[in-house]
Ligand binder design. Structure first.
Ligand code: NAP
Length: 251
C-alpha cells in the first residue's frame, strides 16, 4: 500500500467511536484513539492490541485548538501521518429551547462543530501532503429536527454542510469527506437519554425499535461497518454524501 495507514478516531474511549477504532484496526490501520482523558482510552487500546493491532491512546479535548494541534502532532510522530479522520466525539445537553442555557448551547456546538473543524484543519495538512485522505463526520437523524435538541440538531445539520464543503475543497487532493447519520444506536449516550426521561433502557429501546423499519435498534458495529467502507480505498468516488444508518430512510 502506498499511502500511510494511520487513522484518528475521536471520542473513541467508548460507544460508537470505540467500535469504529476497533474495526479500523482490524482493517489494518494504526489507530489513534482520542478522547478527553488518555486514561479512558485504555480499554479500546487494549482491545485493539489484544487482537494484534496497533493503537495509541491520546488525551485531547477536540474543542481546544492547542490540544488538537498537540494531539495530531503526537499521532503523526508516533504512528505516521494521519490520512483517515473520523470526527465522532460528541455530547448531549438536551433541553427544550425555553430552558436551554447558553452553556448547553455552547458546549454542544463546541464539541461537535468546532471540534470537527479543529481536528479536520489539523489533519488535512497531512492528507493534502500525502495526496490521500478520508474524512468521516458523525451526523445524526436529529439533523432533521428533534424535540429537546435545538443545540444538537443544529450541530448535526451543520456537520452535513461542513462535510459537503470539505468534499468540494479537498477532492483535488484525493481526499473524500462523508457523513454518517445514525439513528438510534445502543450506547451510553442513548442510555443517558432514557435515564433523563425516566424510562428503563430496555423499554426505551423497545419503543424505539417499534418505530424503526428493520424492527431493531442499531449497534455501534452497524456504524463501524459503514465507516470501514467510507474510509476504504475503493470508496474513493463517494464524497460529500450523508449516509443515514438508521434501519430505514429518515431523510
Ligand atoms: P458516547 O457513548 O457518549 O461517547 C462519546 C465519546 O466522546 C465519549 O468517550 C466522550 O468522552 C467523548 N467526548 C466527549 N466530549 C469530548 C471532547 N470534547 N473531546 C474528546 N472526546 C470527547 O456517544 P456515542 O453514542 O458513541 O456517540 C458517538 C457519536 O455518534 C456522537 O457524535 C453522537 O452525537 C453520534 N450519534 C450517536 C447516536 C446514538 O444513538 N448513540 C445517534 C446519532 C449520532 P467522555 O466519556 O470522557 O465524556
Amino acid at each position: 500500500m502506498s499511502q500511510s495507514r494511520t487513522a484518528i478516531v475521536t471520542g473513541a474511549a467508548r460507544g460508537i467511536g470505540a467500535a469504529v477504532a476497533k474495526r479500523l484496526a482490524k482493517d489494518g490501520f494504526a489507530v489513534a484513539v482520542v478522547d478527553l482523558d488518555a486514561a479512558s482510552t485504555a480499554e479500546t487500546v487494549g482491545a485493539i492490541e489484544a487482537e494484534g493491532g496497533t493503537a495509541l491512546g491520546v488525551g485531547a479535548d477536540v474543542s481546544d485548538a492547542e490540544q488538537v494541534k498537540a494531539a495530531v502532532a503526537e499521532v503523526a510522530e508516533k504512528l505516521g501521518p494521519p490520512t483517515v479522520l473520523v470526527n465522532n466525539a460528541g455530547i448531549l445537553r438536551d433541553n427544550l429551547i425555553f430552558k436551554m442555557t447558553d452553556s448547553d448551547w455552547d458546549a454542544v456546538i463546541g464539541v461537535h462543530l468546532r471540534g470537527s473543524f479543529l481536528m479536520t484543519r489539523e489533519v488535512q495538512k497531512h492528507q493534502t501532503e500525502q495526496k490521500y485522505g478520508r474524512i468521516v463526520n458523525l451526523s445524526s437523524t436529529s439533523a432533521l429536527g428533534n424535540r429537546g435538541q435545538a443545540n444538537y440538531a443544529t450541530a448535526k445539520a451543520g456537520l452535513q454542510g461542513f462535510t459537503k464543503t470539505l468534499a468540494i475543497e479537498l477532492g483535488k487532493f484525493n481526499v473524500t469527506a462523508n457523513a454518517i447519520a445514525p439513528g438510534f444506536i445502543e450506547t451510553e449516550m442513548t442510555a443517558a437519554t432514557a435515564e433523563r426521561v425516566g424510562v428503563p433502557f430496555e423499554d426505551f429501546k423497545k419503543g424505539a425499535a417499534a418505530m424503526i423499519p428493520v424492527g431493531r435498534v442499531g449497534t455501534p458495529d452497524d456504524i463501524a461497518a459503514t465507516a470501514s467502507f467510507l474510509v476504504s480505498e475503493e470508496a474513493g468516488f463517494v464524497s460529500g454524501q450523508v449516509i443515514y444508518v438508521a434501519g430505514g430512510p429518515r431523510d
